[in-house]
Design a protein around this ligand. Sequence first.
Ligand SMILES: [Zn+2]
Length: 417
Amino acid sequence: MRVDIHAHFFTFSLFLTGAAEANLRERLVRDTHMSSAAAKTVVTLLKAIIETGVGQSGLWQFLKKIGVVDHFAEQFVTTGCLPSISAVADAFFDGMSAGQVARGYVPWPPGVGETAEELVATALMMDVVDASSSQADLDKFAVQYRDTVLQAIRYPGRVLPFVAFNPLRGELALKTVEYALDAGECVGVKLYPSLGYDANEPAIDRLLAICAAYDAPIIMHCNDGGFCGPNELDPDKCFPGNWGAAVENYDVRIDFAHFGEQNRSGAYNTVWRDNICTLMAAQPEKCFTDLSYQSHMVKQTSHSAAYANWLRGVMAEPVGDNVLFGTDFFMSCMETDVLSYWSAMAAVLGPDFDRVSQGNAMRFLGFEPPSAPGADDALPRRDSSLERHVLYLRGKKKGNPAFASGAQPASWIRNLL
Ligand SMILES: [Zn+2]
């Protein structure tokens, strides 16, 4: 089994709430220094492209013709514009199999295809709303939730849903998480603090208690880019040290995603990533990180050689057991394709790539150790969210026409269903 611990399967139309649009406009102003009027026009055009259907849009054809849309932007936009979450999940698995191996498998070595291994990916939901979001925007998440869980049914044991938690939604956010874990529909929880919430809020204490009770892992957006609330300082709400302190009192596992990458100011800053290493050393049972969206490793920038050396040093330390592999599909498709991302990371990490994409990821997800490294016989821990998920899928096996319609159940779950 190979695990992509950080992937997204939502569509733009389910994701683009008024709050998300406002954030996109602000990011354009901040990152490209365009006027707010120009940013508004760009977002309006983008919405028009999404609503028309990207393939048919004359505007899209025009942007391609004049070279505004490059190959990667095209992959990103066409994926996000697919008509359903099922279509995005299928595109993910078809892209990973590269037409060489069966759907649900990844050619191994990545992109070569001499052998194939089972592919397991998380499906991290996003919930970009705030206290003033309209009811129509608030309702979008219910559809995203339902259709993401559907992928777990279509790809049993291969797609592991993580429910988004956004306390700006109020009490319903906690209820949704509790339902998702109790029913076994989701395996873990996704946090995105830069949308506008802090580690020390009372709702976070309650969330951590729920995750501890269900033995459910948490994946937290942890770079200073991505989506954020209207406050200029909101990206700082992802500062890992605050969350490391918050989990001290709870028996939970949290993945600080993107290894705390900080380059919002244009210069690479190592404060967050060093802080994550300190947390992983101090709380090795609780604190993890992932290597998603480190696209400079594919592009080989001036920064990437030094980064690769540093990363190999991290893997040689005990904290190397707490590093996970993820791609950030299909966000990372803005800059690279996902198979190239696997290949680049595998080349940099050598034998350590097995640790980040196999044993480390399985421990984080809630598996017992397998009989041998890489063996597909690991069982979910007793009373874990993963075990509840198995029971949920067992209930779907008979009589649900969607069951295994994407790919056959993964071998780790086959005998459990
Ligand atoms: Zn992500």
